[in-house]
Design a protein around this ligand. Structure first.
Ligand code: SAH
Length: 453
């Protein structure tokens, strides 16, 4: 078998990245856009020693769980990987992914397929979007989404995961750029001005933020664009973010207000939050409620406990827990997020919280050595790379009764659980929460408890 050969495959499994997996003559093939249960004709694109990659050419027999993608550009766009898969089947895929990681990477025994909490209506759930701007082959300015594993822009202004207002915002920005001949940023040369448009919406309040990420500090006739954007109901905050570095990181650190407030407000259950552009905020508000409810349940608070909330962002989980705890301490690396967290505590009249800026792996060991801090419960919600070893070691030294681990990457979660389970802890409960429908990503919540025997 070699490149360009056409092969017929029965798709029997799915990779963690969402490709269909089929076997032929001892080789394993990965086929993007193929779904478990399909029989497909595919063209070999790349051969390795024991496996290969093939391109879906034709569906010979459609899987029972195959569905029409909800978005016209689903195949080109790198954002979603599972749009051709029935929603229930997706949840099952995610449950298996969590289970596999915990068993294979975590070395854990007796892990069953966890429940994954799904959405009733899994569309238009994202409260945040970041649209790259660039030029197409004819030199016209376009915006949309990056193709998979590439920075080629697929023009698409209405992502069905995002809010309906995004399209109008982008149209207004594009027509402003055309009118004033404002060039989009070009990655290769580092020239041009507009890099990205970031939008955020508070689903509970309807407040909208638009942040223009520039390779510079000002935009021609910015006031005129701001005026036009204000016609969109809910517009609350318009800002420029300065990013003049040649980097893949979307946002720079400098913010210049253009119009309105420098933040938006939102509410999860009965806790209010102020969110600035540089702060992390969960992107799926409907599922965030379920996620935080589960964290609260696993934390098992009775009103007296001391809780540490590591990687706390704008203090979302901290404030949720504070109602049921004696005292909550939050630790977060982004100073703007901690500034938000402080304001959020004040806004909610929560007095039993305290926040620290810094890396969890530095702040926690330092406070433990110098002040002998104590915790009954530790909650962690780290980025994809998981917890740093120094943070994990201090957590173990602090000997909390319970650890609640919230993770957006079950592979690094499994690695960290392996360590904790070797240090006197055991996994008691595991639940998934589908924060990112139609993509391969899944959030996992784990209750880890001190071993009793
Ligand atoms: N628990 C919060 C935020 C979770 S996202 C919520 O639910 O909203 C993870 C957060 O960890 C981000 O805010 C990120 O800025 C922060 N972070 C990343 N690396 C960190 C580190 N080494 N130490 C502390 N915080 C970190």
């Amino acid at each position: 078998m070699q490149k360009n050969d056409r092969i017929r495959l029965k798709i029997e499994d799915m990779s963690v990245d969402g490709e269909g997996i089929g076997k032929l003559e001892g080789f394993t093939f990965f086929v993007k856009d193929a779904v478990i249960g399909d029989t497909v004709d595919a063209k070999i694109m790349k051969m390795k020693k024991h496996y290969g990659y093939a391109r879906l050419m034709e569906i010979v027999e459609s899987s029972k769980v195959r569905r029409e993608p909800g978005c016209a550009c689903a195949r080109q766009c790198g954002g979603c990987q599972l749009q051709a898969m029935d929603y229930e089947a997706q949840l099952d895929f995610k449950a298996k992914k969590i289970q596999n990681h915990l068993i294979r990477i975590g070395g854990l025994e007796g892990i069953e397929k966890p429940e994954v909490m799904g959405m009733e209506n899994p569309w238009r759930y994202r409260n945040k979007a970041q649209f790259p701007f660039g030029a197409d082959r004819d030199g016209r300015t376009v915006t949309g989404f990056y193709a998979a594993h590439s920075h080629a822009i697929i023009p698409c202004m209405d992502c069905r995961l995002g809010t309906e207002e995004n399209q109008e915002i982008l149209e207004k920005v594009l027509s402003h750029m055309e009118k004033y001949h404002i060039p989009a940023y070009e990655e290769k040369t580092g020239t041009g001005l507009l890099r990205h448009v970031l939008t955020r919406k508070g689903f509970a309040t309807g407040e909208i933020m638009v942040c223009l990420v520039l390779n510079g500090k000002s935009l021609k006739a910015a006031d005129e664009l701001a005026k036009s954007l204000q016609e969109i109901p809910g517009m609350t905050s318009i800002l420029i973010n300065v990013n003049m570095k040649n980097t893949n990181v979307i946002l720079g650190t400098e913010l210049i207000p253009v119009w309105g407030q420098e933040y938006i407000t939102d509410c999860i259950r009965d806790v209010w939050y102020q969110i600035s552009p540089l702060s992390f905020y969960q992107v799926n508000p409907v599922q965030t409620e379920k996620l935080y409810d589960t964290v609260l349940e696993y934390a098992g608070l009775t009103g007296h406990e001391t809780v540490w909330d590591l990687y706390c962002g704008i203090g979302t989980i901290s404030l949720f827990l504070a109602k049921k705890a004696g005292k909550v301490y939050g630790v977060e690396i982004v100073p703007e997020a901690i500034a938000d967290a402080g304001r959020n505590a004040e806004m909610n009249g929560t007095e039993n919280v305290e926040f620290f800026v810094g890396k969890a792996e530095e702040v926690l060991p330092k406070l433990y050595e110098e002040e002998g801090i104590h915790a009954d419960v530790i909650v962690v919600d780290p980025p994809r790379k998981g917890c740093d070893q120094a943070a994990l070691e201090t957590m173990v030294k602090m000997q909390p009764e319970r650890i609640v681990y919230v993770s957006c990457d079950s592979a690094t979660l499994a690695r960290d659980l392996k360590y904790l389970c070797g240090e006197g802890y055991e996994v008691r409960k595991v639940k998934g929460c589908d924060m990112f429908a139609w993509t391969v990503h899944v959030e996992t919540i784990v209750l880890i408890q001190k071993k009793t025997s």
